[in-house]
Ligand binder design. Sequence first.
Ligand code: ADP
Ligand code: ZN
Length: 673
Amino acid sequence: MADQIQPNNSGTQNNANRGSKNKMPRFNLTWIYVVIALALGYLFFAGGDMQQGGTASKKVTYTVFKQYVEQGYANKIVANKDEGSVRMYVKPEHIRDVFQQGVEQTGKQPFVQAEFPSADKLDEFIESQHELGNFQGELSYKRSDDTFMQVFWNLFPLLFIVAVWIFIMRRMSGSGGGNFGGMGGIFNVGRSRAKLVEKGGENESKVTFKDVAGQASAKQEVQEIVEFLKNPNKFTDLGGKIPKGALLVGPPGTGKTLLAKAVAGEADVPFFSMSGSDFVEMFVGVGASRVRDLFRQAKEKAPCIIFIDEIDAVGRARSRNAMMGGNDERESTLNQLLTEMDGFGTNSGVIIMAATNRADILDKALLRAGRFDRQIHVDLPDLNERKAVFKVHLKPIKVDSSLDIDLLARQTPGFSGADIANVCNEAALIAARHGKQAVTKDDFLAAVDRIVGGLEKKTKVMTEDEKRTIALHEAGHATISWNLRYANPLIKVTIVPRGRALGAAWYLPEERQITTREQMLDEMCATLGGRAAEELFTGHISSGAMNDLERVTKQAYGMIAYMGMSDALPNLCYYNNDEYSWQRPYSEATAELIDEEVKRMIAGQYERAKRLLLEKQEGHKALADLLVEREVIYAEDVEKIFGKRPWVSRTEELLTGQPEEKTEEQSTENTES
Ligand code: ADP
Ligand code: ZN
């Protein structure tokens, strides 16, 4: 994914310049640099002349100097004891007496300079003149009088910093060379580095939905965006607002960039792509100015799509704790992004698509209405989808006629679209190395092995064994939730890994305002079903249940400490909504009791899960086998195995008015009694 969005200075700038209509110099960072340089230059060169430039001066003897002072000509006296010289600045009204010239010729502050015999004598003389009233101006002493050097040393630290800064800027933006390398690089640091793909552009590429295999639901959702871009009037005429942004959420390599490109390709509009990390530099203000530049460019090309990959690099939630410092540069970049998204009109035709594999860490402000208010999930492909991806990537490859795509798809559970593209490429390389005419099954299997070997650490590629374990685990959740009265009804179970969890099971949460203790316990039991199944049927327990355990533990603490739902601590709520208090609102003894009760509750539900699983062992095994075989199963499949659930959901219950029936599990197995 990253290789798609490499910063590409030259391309963008060429295109940008070609596209811009006005030749007026724009206001950007460049002008700030120029102004700074001019100011420095002025200080530097003017500094030396500031006191002498254009002013007259005259060397006189000490005696003459004394006469002038006695006559009251002195405005100001500056003595330099190091050099043994003294300067007398002449009062404006006496300039003509001393210089025989007007102020126009002498300048405002002409002076006479004399050598004095000794510092003591000079002091004595000036003192006496002061008492006599001949000299009332100020007397000052001065060290060595090299104004140029003085200015230089004053400015030196500043010059040094500027030099270092320029050096770093060059290194950072000059890499990659191109016609904007070198000095140009410094001045372009505030420019966006978006890569532009457009019709007739240098990196024109026509990606359409045909190139994106699988991802049916994601494609369907972005289809609407294509419609907006193609035909905005259709929506705006009816008063509708065109969405501004869509967030593609999913693991790396699943085709998020591809999908965004396909939207641009289908709608036939320009496509700007940039990675979130391209915005963020060490220097304050650069990110924000890049955001501004990107949107400016995009508006010129509207309708178009801006694609920001890895948006979490900028979009991470802003730190709430001001004391901790936070990352100011990133936050100001994010603020700029928010401002830009709010700022451009809804109907300006610029649609922003962003990709991330973690929507949960994004700043809430980004997900608000009018920004990235649509989230489109792009998951790892399941068996059938992998087949489709293989078909796409096998097209340009000369394959042996005996190749079985189904087998390949079965051999690659947990692979992303990018991994599969990689397999196809690798297989072709292996075949070529062996001088074959066509790529055979063996080459593909060798390629799969190689990629599994290389990827195992990085992504969630599964071995057969793991696949079996995950299937047992997920079947455990499914079995229990199907067979418990109050657990949420199941919709879909898959063993394709998702985030930190192993597989995943989707439930249809019931709409309820309050939850009873029975419902919570049933859900807890179903959540523990995964680990229970692992323990019962594989003999090991695995790290895959961590998420489940975390949820269960949190829920148990909530039930006991906040909802007063345990027998030992009934009707007590220890909820403390003061974020900054570290004090527990209960005693040490109560803390121990809470811990005790949490353990007891979870252990009870775990036992209950194990008992139920043993009871439904047959069904559980059938379910696990089906999962290994198909990777995804739906409610219908579970229903075929266990039969229809005897209970209607609570919502249905309310609608039909059917009386609740106490079930066996509920009455007898309830743990804490
Ligand atoms: P992401 O942006 O999600 O990390 P990319 O869109 O950059 O992933 O995908 C990288 C490459 O993987 C694509 O260029 C394409 O060759 C391949 N690929 C990924 N998903 C699919 C897919 N669903 N269909 C076809 N090719 C895919
Ligand atoms: Zn689980």
